[in-house]
Design a binder for this molecule. Structure first.
Ligand code: FES
Ligand SMILES: [Fe+2]
Length: 368
């Protein structure tokens, strides 16, 4: 059995925030990803650029550098980088720039509907490989409240929790603990991840913040969970005409810390004067925060040192599928260019690394 979380990094699109986190300004924004800092800024066209933040000249942090037009300038000797490539070295009398003066340049996708900003980590990226187009954001029938929280848990264990259809009756107040069976379900596999459908018996307390009469509560409520590998999960409940959906985007800030950005959509309690809507939004936020706290309380206790114990049952099919994908998509140590357990960390790989032959020399000279 192999370990998860602190031992592996997988390639894929990672959410790093929303558009408003990256206003146009003269300084880059620091983003933590897998324990590294990325410098993220807008170029002269307003397009987001995400690069590794350690200057290949002398190792100064570009996070305190300046953004001028499309250039990111190191604060130490003013080497100037455009899209990760050094274009100017002021101290060179002949103006020559070393060919290996490069930053990793990560593909960025800023989604027009959701405002979510994603970066891609990995050595190759196919043209049709895009981050998930999150549903509901553009659907006017749904009102959305958003929030975020930080868990001291490796990303794969957070993802597995959000798609763990078997824990709901046991862990959450909105599930009826007396009814804990999970009928066998199929995992529908796709290039983007997978999905599963099950049914829950909701508790009488109304703890799900979803309307429904007693007849509805007495029956089973269908739920659909969709996982976009490696770090986005959509959970959708349907009770008659009422629909509730939670889209959660996961950012692995370090090996053992994950930020959850959640978006809670509802197609009810969404008409009326603004003060009323604000009160309902507040209650919805409290509700989703409480549900996530119920998860966090348990998941933060999972022992991640050593080998993870795991007895996989039929009802664990969806998280087990995630674990399988995680193993298949892990980046090899050679791609990372460093030992993943070492404390000295080189930048995460970008597709730029595969394109530039001098990269190895760059690594040796800059980080040896
Ligand atoms: S350390 Fe960045 S230019 Fe010298
Ligand atoms: Fe949960």
């Amino acid at each position: 059995m192999s370990k998860l979380g602190s031992e592996t990094i997988v390639s894929g699109w990672y959410p790093i925030g929303v558009s408003s986190d990256f206003p146009s300004r003269e300084k880059p924004v620091a983003v933590s990803l897998w324990g590294r800092k990325l410098a993220v800024y807008r170029d002269s066209q307003g397009k987001l650029v995400a690069v590794s933040s350690v200057c290949p000249h002398g190792g100064a942090s570009l996070l305190i550098g300046d953004v001028e037009g499309s250039n990111l300038i190191c604060p130490y000797h003013r080497w100037t980088f455009e899209a990760g490539v050094c274009t100017m070295v002021p101290a060179q009398p002949d103006g020559k720039v070393p060919v290996n003066a490069l930053l990793e340049n990560y593909p960025v996708h800023e989604d027009a509907n959701s405002g979510l900003v994603w970066v891609y980590v990995g050595t190759t990226l196919a043209d049709d490989n895009k981050p998930p187009a999150a549903p509901f954001f553009a659907d006017k029938q749904f009102r959305c409240v958003a929030g975020q929280t930080l868990w001291q848990v490796p990303l794969p264990l957070v993802a597995e929790n959000l798609m763990d259809v078997a824990h709901v009756h046991a862990t959450h107040a909105f599930g009826d603990r007396l009814y804990s069976r999970v009928e066998p379900y199929d995992v529908v596999r796709g290039a983007w991840g997978g999905s599963a459908q099950v049914e829950y018996k909701l508790s009488e307390t109304g703890a799900l913040f979803m309307p429904g009469d007693r007849a509805t509560r007495a029956g089973l409520t269908p739920i659909e969970v969709t996982m976009f590998f490696p770090g986005a999960i959509l959970v959708r409940f349907q009770s008659g005409q009422y629909q509730l959906a939670v889209f959660t985007a996961l950012t692995p800030e370090t090996d053992s810390t994950t930020r959850l950005r959640y978006f809670f959509f509802r197609n009810y309690f969404n008409k009326g004067p603004e003060p009323y809507l604000k009160v309902v939004d507040f209650l919805a936020t409290l509700n989703i925060a409480r549900i996530l706290k119920e998860d966090q309380r348990v998941v933060e206790t999972i022992e991640t040192e050593g080998q993870l114990p795991r007895i996989v049952l039929r009802s664990d099919a969806f998280p087990a599928f995630y674990r399988e994908l995680w193993r298949k998509n892990g980046l090899a140590e050679a791609e990372l260019g460093y030992s993943v357990t070492a404390s000295g960390k080189q930048p995460l790989p970008s597709p730029m690394r595969g394109q530039i032959r001098t990269y190895e020399r760059f690594c040796r000279r800059s980080f040896a």
